[in-house]
Design a protein. Structure first.
Length: 336
């Protein structure tokens, strides 16, 4: 495993439906976007938390846009639970800084410009004495900060961290096309990925199996009940209480041919409306074979966002290619 999370900020009505936020200034925005129809907006001292597995090292990349004049402000905070280890910030001159608590560790020579999208990537290392080239900040592929070997980036008793927070400034900041990886896997997803786009593909047709029942009380054209980019909850849906039932859908083709596809993440919004425990699985059907993700357990009466990250094509354990994605089907199964 290398990829931990990819996020387009599409397929959401409220960012709080999927992630933990602090303050009401964290919201989805549809007028200032980098890819697709929505981005993440964070105002002053507003932040969105992205949990990750315990890790002392990793890389995060995201589109970043500064909306206007700012003061010293966080951009990304690396934390052990809610306790800060180290952070990347922006000073009053829009230069990037790396700070451990109140200790300034480095400042970039260059500065960001208002009203422009950048792609920022941060390779982090949490330790009392880091190795050379292990904490680097890049902007549009150019190295802006590289902390010296032996720099102390650890504020807490241990060198682990399990949360990255994206934060806003006085002038409001916007984020899009997020990826996080943990450096544990093979190339290419064990280092900077470079400028990336996270594209949302909606269902556009029935797949090879349609065993759920739509909100129109039949199993015809089930994809029409799950093809909206922003979920409409009880307005249209598919459902089944039969163990083993599957519903599969074709999805939109990629609009452009990518140089590399680093992973495919399936997502569903699910709810249980009966008594007793239920489990489901997300599905990917490639090359005529259906592959199952990890089991999930929805709560009764409340919607849950569930995701399955397929870093490699499960059909051949190789990197995804455009034809693989365009020809695949994705869906859901009642596991128990």
């Amino acid at each position: 495993m290398s990829l931990v999370l990819i996020e387009s900020f599409e397929a959401l009505n409220d960012i709080a439906d999927k992630y933990v936020i602090e303050n009401t200034g964290v919201k989805l925005e549809n007028s200032i976007v980098r890819t697709g129809s929505q981005s993440l907006e964070c105002g002053a001292n507003d932040y969105c938390k992205f949990p990750i597995p315990d890790s002392a090292t990793g890389v995060i990349g995201f589109g970043f846009y500064v909306g206007g004049a700012t003061t010293q402000s966080y951009i990304a905070m690396f934390s052990e639970t809610s306790l800060e280890q180290v952070s990347v910030e922006m000073d009053a001159s829009n230069r990037l800084t790396v700070e451990r608590g109140s200790t300034l560790l480095a400042t970039s020579e260059k500065n960001l410009v208002f009203g422009k999208w950048y792609f920022i990537e941060i390779k982090w290392s949490i330790a009392n004495s880091i190795a050379a080239d292990s904490f680097i900040v890049r902007v549009n592929g150019e190295e802006w900060i590289n902390l010296d070997a032996t720099t102390d980036t650890q504020s807490r008793a241990t060198d682990t961290m399990n949360m990255v927070s994206l934060e806003g400034a006085v002038g409001t900041c916007y984020f899009d096309d997020l990826y996080i990886l943990d450096l544990t896997g093979p190339a290419p997803t064990n280092d900077f990925l470079g400028d990336c786009r996270v594209v949302c593909l909606d269902p556009d047709g029935n797949g090879s199996t349609n065993e759920f029942v739509g909100s129109d009380v039949d199993s015809t054209d089930n994809y029409l009940h799950v093809d909206e980019t922003s979920p409409d909850e009880d307005t249209s849906y598919v459902e089944s209480s039969t163990v083993g039932h599957e519903d599969l859908y074709t999805v939109d083709n990629l609009a452009v041919t990518p140089d590399t596809i680093f992973g495919v993440q399936t997502q569903a919004v699910v709810k249980k409306d009966d008594a007793g425990a239920r489990t489901g699985k997300l599905l990917a059907r490639v090359g005529g074979t259906t592959y199952e993700g990890a089991a999930f357990s929805p709560s009764e009466g409340a919607y849950l966002n569930v995701m399955e990250l397929w870093e490699l094509n499960p059909d051949d354990s190789a990197a995804w290619e455009e034809a693989d994605v365009n020809g695949a089907e994705f869906g859901i199964k009642v596991e128990s």
